[in-house]
Design a protein. Structure first.
Length: 498
């Protein structure tokens, strides 16, 4: 393995995942909930962008200028190819973190995102990333991190290390074959009832999920030389060295303590004033395996009338049919009941599937307090039913780019089931769309009319017949009634010329 690779897997490409937490529009709702003024984001960077799906989608779907780096040449080619399909001038750089740190003419970034990266690189690279942020994040800028966490991974650490050692020392062939050999060995080992597995009963179930996973995912998730789940205080220390302050969770549902924590647990957290200790205790309560967080340089608190003004100006859109909005949501710690007046206000203003500001919802909902509307908007967003939306002018500018990118992804869907997302100029990001649904949209765009015809076209691509094809017909009919109108409102599915 080359010194430049620093222990990172280089001979297997990563999977084609999309990470919505890297969408700066999502960041706005998290910061507003935390009472922090969201900064304007004009220039952004994704460090270690993998196959570049998130990078290309976010560049196509917004006015933000995106940069990013990755070490694998194939990843960089893929990201550039997707961007070229969308007509986006994306700065996708083939570089290690050390090389990217010294890249000439880097701008000051308003937003820097790292999804998983800090968990998979060496201590030297973590220090390099911290220095990159220190040098290149703008004043008031935001950093998103997604990291493997402790204590949730504690039981897995010895087995992961054992499998990585087996792949390096006893395996044969390429990386995928070495992974298969290591998994076979670990399976036999667990069947022998080792004491570590007996004392950690959840380990066997986690291993079985791992054994069934895509080998590309496993190569980059578990079989790099470095694999470093970390306690929150360690993560905070790395980012404090870069001059950052912890802002709030990036995952919106993590703001809703009533879903994940019991009343007693919430009481304990309420008595902890130090934010780093509080988050460390929270991870112990939830046995966290992955954290998504926002960090800022010089955050500005917003409260009172300013916060109300910011909420009123926030534009939102429904991601689900109005009839599917829940009355209550259950979690591991308890239940959240959504406000009936708040949900009614949101439904009345957004039920036509058009975006609207929170102030606009308030204006057509006399008697419903702004705080109730803002809480409902946030809770629906945290549950995946609503999203922050771009202003009409930005949507208009992004529409040709997302249409071109989605046309490219439709072609990709004909040959593989790799990319399960399409770009929306309304949300500034990606919307999950399964391969059959992408094929239905492609058939619709080609001029075929009605779900039965779309299903027939999809069946030819998927080579299905009999009961499987009947299942596609039913899926297409459900899609036409439910998902298609939503995708049209999000401008993922554009009007078909007749």
């Amino acid at each position: 393995m080359s010194e430049r690779a620093a222990g990172y897997v280089m001979d297997v490409g990563y999977t084609f995942g999309y990470h919505r937490a890297l969408n700066p529009r999502l960041v706005r709702l998290a910061l507003l909930r935390a009472g922090i003024r969201p900064p304007g984001i004009r220039v952004a960077c994704e460090l270690g962008f993998g196959q570049g799906v998130s990078l290309a989608v976010h560049a196509a779907a917004s006015d933000i200028a995106w940069w990013g780096n990755d070490l694998l040449p194939a990843h960089v080619r893929q990201a550039r190819s997707l961007a070229a399909s969308a007509g986006v001038g994306l700065m996708a750089i083939e570089a290690s973190f050390t090389e990217f740190l010294e890249h000439p003419d880097l701008p000051r970034f308003d937003f820097i995102g790292l999804h998983g990266v800090l968990s998979w690189v060496s201590a030297e690279n973590r220090a390099c990333i911290s220095e990159f942020i220190r040098r290149h994040l703008a004043a008031g800028g935001i950093v998103y991190t997604g990291c493997n966490a402790l204590p949730g991974w504690n039981a897995m650490i010895p087995l992961r290390r054992l499998m990585a050692d087996h792949a390096a020392r006893a395996g044969a062939g390429d990386t995928v074959q070495r992974i298969d050999d290591a998994l076979d060995f670990a399976g036999r080992l667990l069947e022998s009832s080792p004491a570590h597995a007996s004392q950690n009963p959840a380990l066997a179930e986690r291993f079985e999920r791992m054994r069934g996973a895509d080998r590309r995912y496993l190569a980059h998730e578990y079989f790099n030389r470095d694999w470093h789940p970390m306690p929150f205080a360690e993560l905070a220390g790395i980012l404090a060295d870069a001059g950052l302050t912890y802002a709030c969770p990036a995952h919106l549902a993590d703001h809703l303590d009533s879903l994940r924590l019991t009343r007693d647990q919430r009481g304990i957290l309420a008595g902890i004033g130090d934010s780093i200790l509080r988050e460390t205790v929270r991870d112990f309560m939830t046995n966290a395996t992955f954290r998504q967080d926002l960090w800022m340089r010089d955050p500005v608190a917003a409260g009172g009338r300013e916060l109300e003004t910011l909420w009123r100006g926030e534009r939102v859109v429904l991601l689900s049919p109005a009839g599917d909005l829940p009355e209550r949501v259950s979690g591991s710690g308890g239940e959240l009941r959504l406000s009936v007046p708040g949900t009614a206000a949101v439904t009345a203003a957004l039920g036509d599937r058009q975006s609207c500001t929170v102030g606009g919802i308030e204006a057509v909902s006399p008697g419903v307090p702004l705080a109730t509307i803002a809480d409902t908007v946030f809770e629906l967003a945290a549950c995946g039913h609503l999203a922050s939306a771009a202003a009409p002018g930005e949507v208009e500018r992004a529409r040709p780019r997302t249409a071109a990118l989605n046309a490219r992804l439709a072609v990709e869907a004909e040959g593989a089931d790799d990319i399960g997302v399409l770009a929306s100029p309304v949300t500034g990001g990606g919307i999950p769309v399964s391969r059959p649904e992408q094929l239905f949209l492609a058939a619709r765009a080609s001029g075929l009319t009605g779900p039965d015809a779309w299903a027939e076209a999809a069946a030819r691509v998927l080579r299905t017949d009999g009961p499987a094809q009947e299942g596609l017909v039913q899926a297409a009919r459900v899609f036409a009634r439910g998902r298609l109108p939503v995708l049209q409102a999000l401008e993922v599915a554009l009007p078909v010329a007749r």
